[in-house]
Design a protein around this ligand. Structure first.
Ligand SMILES: [Zn+2]
Length: 425
Protein backbone atom coordinates (compact mmCIF):
# COMPACT_ATOMS: atom_id res chain seq x y z
CA UNK A 1 0.00 0.00 0.00
CA UNK A 2 1.71 3.19 -1.14
CA UNK A 3 0.96 6.59 0.33
CA UNK A 4 -0.82 7.84 -2.81
CA UNK A 5 -3.43 5.08 -2.61
CA UNK A 6 -3.87 5.81 1.08
CA UNK A 7 -4.78 9.42 0.44
CA UNK A 8 -6.87 8.76 -2.67
CA UNK A 9 -10.41 7.52 -3.26
CA UNK A 10 -13.54 7.69 -1.18
CA UNK A 11 -15.36 5.16 0.93
CA UNK A 12 -18.90 5.90 -0.19
CA UNK A 13 -20.34 7.76 -3.20
CA UNK A 14 -22.38 9.96 -0.83
CA UNK A 15 -19.14 11.74 -0.01
CA UNK A 16 -19.17 13.27 -3.50
CA UNK A 17 -22.89 13.93 -4.04
CA UNK A 18 -23.92 17.43 -5.19
CA UNK A 19 -24.88 19.70 -2.29
CA UNK A 20 -28.52 20.02 -3.31
CA UNK A 21 -28.91 16.26 -3.56
CA UNK A 22 -27.28 15.87 -0.15
CA UNK A 23 -29.56 18.42 1.45
CA UNK A 24 -32.58 16.73 -0.05
CA UNK A 25 -31.46 13.24 1.00
CA UNK A 26 -30.72 14.33 4.56
CA UNK A 27 -34.02 16.16 4.90
CA UNK A 28 -36.01 13.09 3.85
CA UNK A 29 -34.06 10.89 6.26
CA UNK A 30 -34.61 13.15 9.27
CA UNK A 31 -38.27 13.75 8.43
CA UNK A 32 -38.88 9.99 8.35
CA UNK A 33 -36.79 9.53 11.48
CA UNK A 34 -38.92 12.06 13.35
CA UNK A 35 -42.11 10.27 12.26
CA UNK A 36 -40.77 6.93 13.42
CA UNK A 37 -39.47 8.35 16.71
CA UNK A 38 -42.88 9.91 17.38
CA UNK A 39 -44.51 6.48 17.41
CA UNK A 40 -41.65 4.39 18.85
CA UNK A 41 -39.68 6.67 21.19
CA UNK A 42 -41.99 8.19 23.85
CA UNK A 43 -39.27 10.59 25.04
CA UNK A 44 -39.18 12.20 21.59
CA UNK A 45 -42.96 12.34 21.44
CA UNK A 46 -42.97 14.15 24.80
CA UNK A 47 -40.36 16.61 23.55
CA UNK A 48 -42.38 17.45 20.45
CA UNK A 49 -45.57 17.77 22.48
CA UNK A 50 -43.84 20.11 24.93
CA UNK A 51 -43.44 22.48 21.98
CA UNK A 52 -47.07 21.94 20.92
CA UNK A 53 -45.99 19.99 17.83
CA UNK A 54 -46.81 16.75 16.04
CA UNK A 55 -44.88 15.27 13.07
CA UNK A 56 -47.49 16.87 10.78
CA UNK A 57 -46.07 20.26 11.74
CA UNK A 58 -42.63 19.29 10.44
CA UNK A 59 -43.38 19.51 6.72
CA UNK A 60 -40.32 21.23 5.31
CA UNK A 61 -36.68 21.86 6.24
CA UNK A 62 -37.78 25.28 7.52
CA UNK A 63 -39.97 23.57 10.14
CA UNK A 64 -37.15 21.36 11.42
CA UNK A 65 -35.65 23.89 13.91
CA UNK A 66 -39.04 24.10 15.66
CA UNK A 67 -38.13 20.81 17.34
CA UNK A 68 -36.57 21.76 20.72
CA UNK A 69 -32.94 20.63 21.08
CA UNK A 70 -32.00 17.83 23.47
CA UNK A 71 -29.06 18.56 25.77
CA UNK A 72 -26.52 16.10 27.05
CA UNK A 73 -27.33 17.13 30.62
CA UNK A 74 -30.96 16.13 30.05
CA UNK A 75 -29.89 12.66 28.93
CA UNK A 76 -28.44 11.72 32.32
CA UNK A 77 -31.79 12.09 34.09
CA UNK A 78 -33.98 11.09 31.16
CA UNK A 79 -32.29 7.72 30.64
CA UNK A 80 -33.23 6.65 34.17
CA UNK A 81 -36.90 7.55 34.03
CA UNK A 82 -38.21 4.31 32.57
CA UNK A 83 -37.74 1.34 30.26
CA UNK A 84 -35.81 1.64 27.02
CA UNK A 85 -33.63 4.40 28.51
CA UNK A 86 -36.60 6.52 29.47
CA UNK A 87 -38.23 6.12 26.07
CA UNK A 88 -35.24 7.35 24.09
CA UNK A 89 -34.63 3.92 22.62
CA UNK A 90 -36.86 2.17 20.09
CA UNK A 91 -35.76 -1.34 21.04
CA UNK A 92 -35.29 -3.32 24.26
CA UNK A 93 -31.89 -3.16 25.93
CA UNK A 94 -31.40 -6.90 25.45
CA UNK A 95 -31.83 -6.56 21.69
CA UNK A 96 -28.86 -4.21 21.35
CA UNK A 97 -25.38 -5.35 20.38
CA UNK A 98 -23.67 -3.45 23.16
CA UNK A 99 -24.48 -0.99 25.90
CA UNK A 100 -21.53 1.30 26.58
CA UNK A 101 -21.15 3.69 29.48
CA UNK A 102 -19.67 7.15 29.27
CA UNK A 103 -18.97 9.43 32.23
CA UNK A 104 -22.02 11.28 33.42
CA UNK A 105 -22.80 8.42 33.64
CA UNK A 106 -24.59 8.11 30.33
CA UNK A 107 -25.56 4.88 28.56
CA UNK A 108 -24.62 4.67 24.87
CA UNK A 109 -26.70 1.95 23.18
CA UNK A 110 -25.30 0.27 20.09
CA UNK A 111 -27.68 -1.43 17.67
CA UNK A 112 -26.81 -4.35 15.41
CA UNK A 113 -26.37 -2.52 12.08
CA UNK A 114 -22.93 -2.54 10.43
CA UNK A 115 -20.72 0.48 11.02
CA UNK A 116 -23.31 1.55 13.58
CA UNK A 117 -21.48 4.73 14.66
CA UNK A 118 -20.55 5.71 11.10
CA UNK A 119 -16.79 6.01 11.53
CA UNK A 120 -15.79 3.91 8.49
CA UNK A 121 -15.70 6.82 6.01
CA UNK A 122 -13.63 8.85 8.50
CA UNK A 123 -11.06 6.09 8.87
CA UNK A 124 -10.93 5.62 5.11
CA UNK A 125 -10.33 9.36 4.67
CA UNK A 126 -7.53 9.08 7.26
CA UNK A 127 -5.81 6.51 5.05
CA UNK A 128 -6.72 3.21 6.74
CA UNK A 129 -7.01 0.42 4.20
CA UNK A 130 -7.64 -3.32 4.04
CA UNK A 131 -4.85 -5.43 5.58
CA UNK A 132 -3.52 -2.69 7.85
CA UNK A 133 -2.42 -3.92 11.28
CA UNK A 134 -3.69 -1.31 13.71
CA UNK A 135 -2.75 -0.67 17.32
CA UNK A 136 -5.80 0.55 19.23
CA UNK A 137 -4.74 2.55 22.28
CA UNK A 138 -8.13 3.78 23.45
CA UNK A 139 -9.56 1.99 26.48
CA UNK A 140 -11.94 -0.96 26.37
CA UNK A 141 -13.14 -1.06 29.98
CA UNK A 142 -16.18 0.99 30.99
CA UNK A 143 -15.40 3.46 28.24
CA UNK A 144 -16.77 3.24 24.70
CA UNK A 145 -13.76 4.51 22.71
CA UNK A 146 -11.76 1.31 22.16
CA UNK A 147 -14.51 -0.97 20.89
CA UNK A 148 -16.50 1.77 19.23
CA UNK A 149 -13.52 2.83 17.12
CA UNK A 150 -12.58 -0.77 16.43
CA UNK A 151 -15.79 -1.25 14.44
CA UNK A 152 -14.74 0.91 11.44
CA UNK A 153 -11.40 -0.90 11.29
CA UNK A 154 -13.22 -4.21 11.02
CA UNK A 155 -15.46 -2.70 8.36
CA UNK A 156 -12.42 -1.65 6.32
CA UNK A 157 -10.77 -5.06 6.67
CA UNK A 158 -7.97 -4.07 9.07
CA UNK A 159 -6.64 -6.28 11.86
CA UNK A 160 -6.64 -4.76 15.33
CA UNK A 161 -4.28 -5.08 18.28
CA UNK A 162 -6.50 -4.16 21.26
CA UNK A 163 -3.68 -2.60 23.25
CA UNK A 164 -5.64 -0.08 25.32
CA UNK A 165 -4.02 2.95 26.94
CA UNK A 166 -0.81 3.16 29.02
CA UNK A 167 1.94 0.52 29.16
CA UNK A 168 4.18 2.68 26.99
CA UNK A 169 7.16 0.27 27.03
CA UNK A 170 5.02 -2.61 25.82
CA UNK A 171 3.35 -0.44 23.19
CA UNK A 172 6.78 0.50 21.81
CA UNK A 173 7.85 -3.12 21.81
CA UNK A 174 4.77 -4.30 19.93
CA UNK A 175 4.97 -1.49 17.40
CA UNK A 176 8.63 -2.09 16.65
CA UNK A 177 8.46 -5.89 16.65
CA UNK A 178 5.37 -6.37 14.49
CA UNK A 179 4.42 -4.69 11.21
CA UNK A 180 2.01 -2.19 12.80
CA UNK A 181 0.92 0.25 10.07
CA UNK A 182 -1.89 2.10 11.85
CA UNK A 183 -2.35 3.86 15.19
CA UNK A 184 -5.60 4.89 16.85
CA UNK A 185 -5.53 6.94 20.04
CA UNK A 186 -4.55 10.33 21.39
CA UNK A 187 -1.88 12.28 19.51
CA UNK A 188 -0.20 13.08 22.83
CA UNK A 189 0.13 9.35 23.51
CA UNK A 190 1.69 8.69 20.10
CA UNK A 191 4.16 11.44 20.98
CA UNK A 192 4.96 9.73 24.30
CA UNK A 193 5.49 6.42 22.47
CA UNK A 194 7.77 8.13 19.96
CA UNK A 195 9.80 9.88 22.66
CA UNK A 196 10.17 6.66 24.67
CA UNK A 197 11.41 4.82 21.56
CA UNK A 198 13.85 7.60 20.69
CA UNK A 199 15.12 7.44 24.28
CA UNK A 200 15.89 3.76 23.67
CA UNK A 201 17.94 4.70 20.62
CA UNK A 202 15.22 3.79 18.11
CA UNK A 203 14.56 5.71 14.91
CA UNK A 204 10.84 6.39 14.30
CA UNK A 205 11.20 6.00 10.53
CA UNK A 206 13.49 2.99 10.53
CA UNK A 207 12.13 0.99 13.45
CA UNK A 208 8.41 1.69 13.02
CA UNK A 209 6.24 0.90 9.99
CA UNK A 210 3.46 3.34 10.90
CA UNK A 211 1.74 4.84 7.83
CA UNK A 212 -1.38 6.43 9.28
CA UNK A 213 -2.93 7.51 12.58
CA UNK A 214 -6.46 8.39 13.56
CA UNK A 215 -6.40 10.59 16.63
CA UNK A 216 -9.22 11.94 18.79
CA UNK A 217 -10.26 12.96 22.31
CA UNK A 218 -8.05 16.05 22.58
CA UNK A 219 -7.25 19.11 20.55
CA UNK A 220 -4.74 18.41 17.77
CA UNK A 221 -2.59 21.45 17.03
CA UNK A 222 -0.88 21.79 13.66
CA UNK A 223 2.53 21.79 15.32
CA UNK A 224 1.86 18.43 16.99
CA UNK A 225 0.48 16.99 13.75
CA UNK A 226 3.51 18.09 11.75
CA UNK A 227 5.92 16.88 14.40
CA UNK A 228 4.36 13.40 14.34
CA UNK A 229 3.93 13.22 10.56
CA UNK A 230 7.53 14.26 9.99
CA UNK A 231 9.13 12.01 12.57
CA UNK A 232 7.29 8.83 11.52
CA UNK A 233 6.74 9.74 7.87
CA UNK A 234 3.02 9.05 8.25
CA UNK A 235 -0.43 10.66 7.96
CA UNK A 236 -2.11 11.93 11.13
CA UNK A 237 -5.80 12.70 10.80
CA UNK A 238 -8.56 13.36 13.30
CA UNK A 239 -12.29 13.02 13.54
CA UNK A 240 -14.97 14.64 15.62
CA UNK A 241 -17.79 12.73 17.22
CA UNK A 242 -19.23 11.74 20.56
CA UNK A 243 -20.12 8.46 22.21
CA UNK A 244 -23.83 9.34 21.98
CA UNK A 245 -23.82 10.33 18.32
CA UNK A 246 -20.95 8.53 16.62
CA UNK A 247 -19.05 10.25 13.82
CA UNK A 248 -20.01 13.88 13.15
CA UNK A 249 -17.13 15.09 10.95
CA UNK A 250 -13.67 14.04 9.86
CA UNK A 251 -10.53 15.29 8.20
CA UNK A 252 -9.52 14.36 4.66
CA UNK A 253 -6.07 14.28 3.05
CA UNK A 254 -6.45 17.94 2.01
CA UNK A 255 -7.15 19.17 5.60
CA UNK A 256 -8.68 22.64 6.11
CA UNK A 257 -11.46 21.45 8.44
CA UNK A 258 -13.54 18.32 8.95
CA UNK A 259 -16.07 17.15 6.34
CA UNK A 260 -19.54 16.54 7.75
CA UNK A 261 -20.44 12.87 8.01
CA UNK A 262 -22.87 11.52 5.41
CA UNK A 263 -24.93 9.79 8.11
CA UNK A 264 -26.10 12.68 10.26
CA UNK A 265 -27.60 16.14 9.88
CA UNK A 266 -25.48 18.90 11.41
CA UNK A 267 -26.86 22.35 12.21
CA UNK A 268 -24.90 25.31 13.62
CA UNK A 269 -27.25 26.99 16.06
CA UNK A 270 -27.58 29.80 18.54
CA UNK A 271 -26.69 28.08 21.85
CA UNK A 272 -29.46 29.94 23.68
CA UNK A 273 -32.36 29.48 21.27
CA UNK A 274 -31.42 26.42 19.20
CA UNK A 275 -32.17 28.41 16.02
CA UNK A 276 -29.86 27.78 13.05
CA UNK A 277 -27.43 30.62 12.34
CA UNK A 278 -26.51 32.04 8.92
CA UNK A 279 -23.77 30.06 7.14
CA UNK A 280 -20.28 30.87 8.35
CA UNK A 281 -21.28 32.09 11.83
CA UNK A 282 -19.96 30.44 14.97
CA UNK A 283 -22.57 28.52 16.92
CA UNK A 284 -23.33 25.31 18.75
CA UNK A 285 -23.07 22.05 16.83
CA UNK A 286 -26.53 20.40 16.85
CA UNK A 287 -26.64 16.90 15.42
CA UNK A 288 -29.30 14.45 14.30
CA UNK A 289 -27.66 11.07 13.70
CA UNK A 290 -29.53 8.80 11.26
CA UNK A 291 -30.05 6.27 14.01
CA UNK A 292 -33.50 4.67 14.19
CA UNK A 293 -32.53 2.63 17.28
CA UNK A 294 -31.56 5.65 19.38
CA UNK A 295 -33.06 8.69 17.64
CA UNK A 296 -31.30 11.59 19.38
CA UNK A 297 -33.01 14.15 17.20
CA UNK A 298 -31.46 17.66 17.36
CA UNK A 299 -28.89 16.77 19.99
CA UNK A 300 -26.97 19.84 21.18
CA UNK A 301 -23.32 18.89 21.67
CA UNK A 302 -22.24 22.00 23.59
CA UNK A 303 -19.33 22.36 21.14
CA UNK A 304 -18.92 25.56 19.16
CA UNK A 305 -17.90 25.59 15.50
CA UNK A 306 -18.69 27.14 12.14
CA UNK A 307 -19.14 25.76 8.64
CA UNK A 308 -16.63 26.08 5.81
CA UNK A 309 -18.31 25.71 2.42
CA UNK A 310 -15.43 26.30 0.00
CA UNK A 311 -14.79 23.33 -2.35
CA UNK A 312 -12.16 20.88 -1.10
CA UNK A 313 -9.26 19.61 -3.18
CA UNK A 314 -9.96 16.03 -2.06
CA UNK A 315 -13.15 15.88 -4.12
CA UNK A 316 -15.49 15.35 -1.18
CA UNK A 317 -18.39 17.77 -1.45
CA UNK A 318 -19.68 17.89 2.13
CA UNK A 319 -19.16 21.20 3.96
CA UNK A 320 -16.56 21.17 6.71
CA UNK A 321 -16.55 22.12 10.37
CA UNK A 322 -13.76 24.58 11.10
CA UNK A 323 -12.57 22.63 14.14
CA UNK A 324 -14.04 22.92 17.62
CA UNK A 325 -13.80 26.52 18.69
CA UNK A 326 -14.95 26.26 22.29
CA UNK A 327 -17.70 25.06 24.62
CA UNK A 328 -21.18 26.51 24.66
CA UNK A 329 -21.89 25.83 28.32
CA UNK A 330 -20.06 25.31 31.56
CA UNK A 331 -18.57 21.91 30.94
CA UNK A 332 -15.06 21.35 29.64
CA UNK A 333 -13.64 18.39 27.75
CA UNK A 334 -10.29 17.15 28.98
CA UNK A 335 -8.64 14.09 27.48
CA UNK A 336 -11.91 13.17 25.81
CA UNK A 337 -13.92 13.29 29.06
CA UNK A 338 -16.46 15.92 29.97
CA UNK A 339 -16.16 17.48 33.41
CA UNK A 340 -19.47 18.45 34.93
CA UNK A 341 -19.40 20.68 38.01
CA UNK A 342 -22.14 18.59 39.63
CA UNK A 343 -19.94 15.49 39.37
CA UNK A 344 -17.07 17.30 41.06
CA UNK A 345 -19.45 18.49 43.77
CA UNK A 346 -20.62 14.91 44.36
CA UNK A 347 -17.05 13.67 44.60
CA UNK A 348 -15.94 16.44 46.95
CA UNK A 349 -18.80 15.64 49.34
CA UNK A 350 -16.83 12.49 50.12
CA UNK A 351 -13.93 14.55 51.50
CA UNK A 352 -15.50 16.67 54.28
CA UNK A 353 -12.24 18.54 54.94
CA UNK A 354 -12.56 20.20 51.52
CA UNK A 355 -14.34 23.46 52.31
CA UNK A 356 -14.36 24.91 48.81
CA UNK A 357 -13.00 23.91 45.42
CA UNK A 358 -12.54 25.05 41.85
CA UNK A 359 -11.50 23.16 38.72
CA UNK A 360 -9.01 25.00 36.51
CA UNK A 361 -8.23 23.73 33.02
CA UNK A 362 -5.30 25.25 31.16
CA UNK A 363 -2.89 24.23 28.41
CA UNK A 364 0.65 25.41 29.06
CA UNK A 365 2.84 24.52 26.09
CA UNK A 366 -0.21 23.19 24.27
CA UNK A 367 -0.79 20.28 26.64
CA UNK A 368 -4.02 20.05 28.62
CA UNK A 369 -3.57 20.55 32.35
CA UNK A 370 -6.28 19.81 34.89
CA UNK A 371 -5.98 21.36 38.33
CA UNK A 372 -8.25 21.14 41.34
CA UNK A 373 -7.81 24.10 43.69
CA UNK A 374 -9.07 23.42 47.20
CA UNK A 375 -9.55 25.30 50.45
CA UNK A 376 -9.37 22.97 53.44
CA UNK A 377 -11.10 23.18 56.78
CA UNK A 378 -8.63 20.66 58.20
CA UNK A 379 -5.55 18.90 56.88
CA UNK A 380 -5.96 16.06 54.41
CA UNK A 381 -3.53 14.35 52.03
CA UNK A 382 -3.76 15.76 48.49
CA UNK A 383 -3.52 12.17 47.24
CA UNK A 384 -6.78 11.36 48.99
CA UNK A 385 -8.56 14.23 47.21
CA UNK A 386 -6.97 13.22 43.92
CA UNK A 387 -8.12 9.62 44.30
CA UNK A 388 -11.71 10.59 45.10
CA UNK A 389 -11.82 12.94 42.09
CA UNK A 390 -10.39 10.25 39.84
CA UNK A 391 -12.87 7.67 41.10
CA UNK A 392 -15.79 9.96 40.26
CA UNK A 393 -14.59 11.61 37.07
CA UNK A 394 -12.04 9.19 35.54
CA UNK A 395 -9.53 12.01 35.30
CA UNK A 396 -6.54 12.67 37.53
CA UNK A 397 -6.19 16.33 38.51
CA UNK A 398 -3.18 18.08 40.00
CA UNK A 399 -4.42 19.07 43.44
CA UNK A 400 -3.41 22.53 44.61
CA UNK A 401 -4.14 23.20 48.27
CA UNK A 402 -4.55 26.91 48.92
CA UNK A 403 -2.33 28.06 51.79
CA UNK A 404 -2.61 30.73 54.45
CA UNK A 405 -4.22 33.90 53.12
CA UNK A 406 -5.17 32.31 49.78
CA UNK A 407 -8.87 32.07 49.19
CA UNK A 408 -11.16 31.31 46.31
CA UNK A 409 -13.29 34.25 45.36
CA UNK A 410 -16.77 34.18 46.87
CA UNK A 411 -18.35 34.04 43.40
CA UNK A 412 -15.68 31.82 41.88
CA UNK A 413 -17.18 29.61 39.13
CA UNK A 414 -16.83 25.86 39.75
CA UNK A 415 -15.00 25.41 36.47
CA UNK A 416 -12.57 27.71 34.70
CA UNK A 417 -11.29 26.86 31.24
CA UNK A 418 -8.21 28.98 30.53
CA UNK A 419 -7.05 27.09 27.47
CA UNK A 420 -5.87 29.10 24.49
CA UNK A 421 -4.88 27.77 21.09
CA UNK A 422 -2.11 29.20 18.93
CA UNK A 423 -3.60 27.93 15.72
CA UNK A 424 -7.26 28.19 16.68
CA UNK A 425 -8.67 28.73 13.23
ZN1 LIG B 1 -11.56 17.25 1.65
Amino acid sequence: MDDASRSGGIYHEMEQEPEEQRRDRKWHVVRDLARQAWTEAPAFKARLESAGLTPDDIRSPQDWPRIPVLRKKQLIDLQRTGPRLGGLLTTDLGDLRRLYFSPGPIADPEGCARDFWGWAEAFHAAGFRKSDLVQMTFGYHLTPAGLMLEEPLRELGCAVIPAGPGNTMQQVEIMTTWPVTGFVGMASFLKIIRDKAVGQGKDPRRDFQLRTAFVAAERLTESVRQDLENSFGMLVRQGYGTADLGCIAYECPALGGMHLSSRCLVEICDPKTGEPLPAGEIGEVVVTPFNPVYPLIRFATGDLSRLVTEPCACGRTAPKLAGILGRADDTAKVKGQFIYPHQVAQAMCLVPSVARWQVVVSNPKGKDRLELWVELSEAVEPEKIQAVFQEGLKLRPEVRILGEGERLDENAPPLVDERTYDDGK
